[in-house]
Write a protein that binds this ligand. Sequence first.
Ligand SMILES: [Zn+2]
Length: 341
Amino acid sequence: MKDELYGWQQMIGHEWAVEMLSAAIRHERVGHAYLITGPAQVGKTTLARLFAQALNCTETSLEQRPCGVCRSCGLIAKDHHPDVRLVLGEASGRGRVTLKIDQMRELQQSLSLTATEARYKIAIIKQFDQATIGAANAFLKTLEEPPRNVILILTAADSDTLLPTIRSRCRTIPLRPLPQPLIKTALENRWQVPPEQAEKLAHLASGRLGWAVTAAANPAPLNERETHIVALHTALQGNRAHRFIQADKLANDVERLPDLLRTWLSWWRDLVLLSWGNQPLAQLTNIDEQVTLTRLLTHWTPEQIFSCLKQTHTALWQLERNANTRLVVENLLLIYPLPQS
Ligand SMILES: [Zn+2]
């Protein structure tokens, strides 16, 4: 792995967002709060960190910021800058994190102190959609009366899930999934991934470069996904009795369930795309499943397939809202069509 690019060049894709943020700095029209939205690992924190570097870079020419080499840029890249805080939620079970009220109070206090060495004091608060109501309200105070020279950058999957009072005070930057060819080229050129592997990862990534880069360096996410696909095949081949037993097993592994359901969701989405016809195979996420998917198209109606996609989506939604895990998985497996004898 090597990376010789500095500053904004490190950002792959999302050019409009880079242009908007760098123009704000050049024209000295920086807002005091930003909300960067988009799917997990699409580049939200990378963008936030580069913006923080650009804001506090000590390079004299505005055009050259962030330089990537000054002390400030270096410290921010490592999340070690005393005036740039990265705030992460705390693990709260079911593979989730939660931002707590105490974290927001502590942040508010630290932001009220003057910057020790930088132009701006910056807080990058990740996954703000996982803040408790109490935490969001505590944060609102900071947002409403921001201390001087403080810049707040929130990230979230979706702006709709945030309190309107928070949303309306931030400039929103929605990051979209990146196109497959861009991810493939980036993996080959920047991370020296062999073309065949880059092709597969670019499909599986669903537009999330960060996921592809992680999976290229470490087989764990790929193996995990493989296990989820096998579990789905097992479920679809099993009768009702088998599915009850399997649901019980899956429900016990609470931490992995959200990821499992997201994989299943992408699989059903592929099948829906294929059922609509005229969708090139190149658009599939689960490209290695195309033989199975094409075969199953002849077994089920498009309505059945679409219903499975919807129900999987509902299951994930319920899980994220603390529904009874076992019931959610059982219901889902019983809704999926039974194998044809
Ligand atoms: Zn710099």
